[in-house]
Design a protein. Structure first.
Length: 549
């Protein structure tokens, strides 16, 4: 092992949270900051071309490509779980949808879970400060931040039909799901700028790398945290086949995500003591909540054949693909500049929920996989996410070897309410597609759900179709009870010099995509770490607060 290096702060993981932290912790030049990433630089052109998402989101060279254990309520299927293993993390391979979650999610954290520092009014200023939205600045939006956010603008008749159907069905429409009315169907925002993906690496890390006090090491696999007494004093990692040790003056921040962060803590002796001993790991801090509370958005995709050739399936033609690529190279426009899922919505599956519990993502194409190859069809797809599942799972070690992948037990649909909600979701989605706006385009429903009519038949199809929407979280959750892992300022309970800053700290999953909230959490964490005041809370108006007075 080489001579120890020394830094003020070490960030483990150059993903959505890590990139934000690296920028903010190094900004004043006083702190020496090291950020370690297990994967390579984000050099692939397909990362930066928005439509290249289908090339990168399972690419093994930049992806952990995890897989769940057999899921008991999904006919023992294993569910693929892509996670970014590249600079930018999952923000470099995701579908770029920018959603913050419903304001009431955060207010529930504050009021019901005792996390008084995490109400939406306290989070909103950080969303706004980070954002550079092409919608412009207002009470809900920011236009001066580093993260490019672009409203969906690719023209396709199917997007128009989707929006019209929202109105006709009574499910409603919204001008901005991140604004005054976070309910209804709408054109979605994406983390894009000037026709390119704007990952966390592009927005936050790349500008900061010019600073002398920030060091990025790629292909650096962290093996364990070094615990001395009641403090984390350093880390050990492997870089280019060589074991190295880093000594840390102030703090280590784990930003590996909802899978890697709890794995690293457990490998370092921080976690459920009995589980650690079973793998020959000496417990340093007995924290039984590490790896528990694993949550995700279960999703079901309905696919319908399209009667008119208006879908984007022809892009796979070599000539069309070349022309699309050439157009993107010239002016960053055309189909290559689209992230495909440019429309969606937040809707209620029943009258009993206080706010939307289902999310749509709509794409003007059908997608099938033949092995590792993608086949596009003349079809359109309506993906439905369950936003606040009752089911939760856990992560556990398979061994003390850091190169062995952990066991992922998501336990989808183990709570009976979850299956019922997804049955309701199928009915709601079919009702949307049955509206007259789709009459010109709507062909037969395709796939396993097509023949399902009764609730029992639909539930059987749901169990066959349910997949992940790539939003794992909650495994190092905030709180003060016996199963909490970090406090409100994201410091790990029972040990100094260590924080977790990523989606794993969410106590409950939020009602939308997780990338924007993860970056917000990291921005707030940076101020906590540096001892700076938080931004002044801002109480924006929302349609539901107006309705209730």
């Amino acid at each position: 092992m080489t001579k120890p290096l020394r830094y003020d702060y070490v960030i483990i993981g150059a993903g959505s949270a890590g990139c934000v932290l690296a920028n903010r912790l190094s900004a004043d030049g006083r702190n020496q900051v090291l950020i370690l990433e297990a994967g390579p630089l984000d050099r692939s052109i397909f990362i930066h071309v928005p439509a290249g998402v289908y090339k990168v989101y399972k690419d093994p060279s930049i992806n952990w490509n995890y897989e769940t254990e057999a899921e008991p309520e999904l006919y023992d299927r294993r569910v693929g779980m892509p996670r970014g293993r590249v600079v930018g993390g999952s923000s470099s391979i995701n579908a770029m949808v920018y959603m913050r979650g419903h304001p009431l999610d955060y207010d529930r954290w504050a009021s019901e879970l005792g996390l008084a520092k995490w109400s939406y009014a306290q989070c909103l200023p950080y969303f706004k400060a980070s954002e550079n939205s092409d919608r412009g600045a207002d009470d809900w939006r920011g236009a001066d931040g580093p993260l490019g956010v672009t409203k969906g603008c690719y023209e396709n008749q199917l997007y128009d039909a989707f929006l019209d159907a929202g109105e006709q069905s009574g499910q409603g429409t919204s001008d901005d799901l991140n604004g005054y009315k976070p309910e209804g169907v709408a054109r979605l925002d994406a983390t894009k700028k000037n026709g390119r993906r704007c990952s966390a690496a592009v927005a936050h890390l790349r500008p900061a790398l010019a600073r002398d006090n920030l060091t990025l090491k790629t292909d650096a696999m962290v093996h364990r945290l070094v615990v001395e007494g009641n403090r984390v004093s350093g880390i050990e990692f492997e870089h280019k086949g060589e074991r190295q040790r880093v000594e840390v003056e102030k703090e280590v921040i784990s930003s590996g995500g909802a899978i890697n962060s709890p794995q690293l803590l457990m490998l370092s002796g921080i976690g459920p003591a009995d589980h650690l001993r079973a793998h020959g790991i000496t417990p340093q801090i007995d924290l039984p909540g590490v790896g528990r509370n694993l949550q995700d958005h279960a999703t079901v995709a309905l696919k319908f054949s399209c009667l008119e050739p208006v879908t984007i399936h022809k892009i796979t033609n070599p000539v069309r693909k070349a022309l699309a690529g050439a157009r993107w190279m010239v002016d960053r426009s055309g189909i290559a500049s689209s992230n495909i899922w440019e429309a969606g919505g937040l809707v209620r599956g029943n009258a009993d929920v206080a706010y939307p519990n289902l999310q749509y993502h709509f794409g003007p194409v059908g997608v099938d996989y033949e092995g590792t190859k993608i086949r596009l069809e003349q079809a359109f797809t309506l993906q439905i996410d369950q936003l606040r599942p009752k089911s939760s799972g856990h992560i556990e070690l398979k061994s003390a070897n850091p190169l062995d992948r952990p066991a992922l037990h998501f336990d989808y649909l183990t709570a009976p309410e979850d299956a019922r909600e997804l049955v309701e979701a199928v009915h709601l989605a079919r009702d949307l597609v049955a509206q007259r706006a789709f009459d010109r385009f709507r062909g037969a429903e395709l796939g396993p759900s097509a023949g399902a009519k009764t609730d029992e038949e639909i539930e059987a199809a749901v169990r066959q179709l349910t997949e992940t929407d790539y939003h794992p979280c909650g495994t190092c959750r905030m709180g003060s009870d016996s199963l909490a892992v970090v406090d409100e300022e994201l410091k790990v309970h029972g040990i100094s010099g260590l924080r977790v800053v990523d989606a794993s700290v969410m106590p409950q999953i939020i009602s939308a995509n997780l990338n924007a909230p993860t970056q917000m959490i990291a921005a707030r964490a940076a101020d906590f770490i540096l001892g700076r005041p938080q931004l002044e809370p801002f109480h924006a108006r929302f349609h539901f607060s107006d309705e209730t007075g």
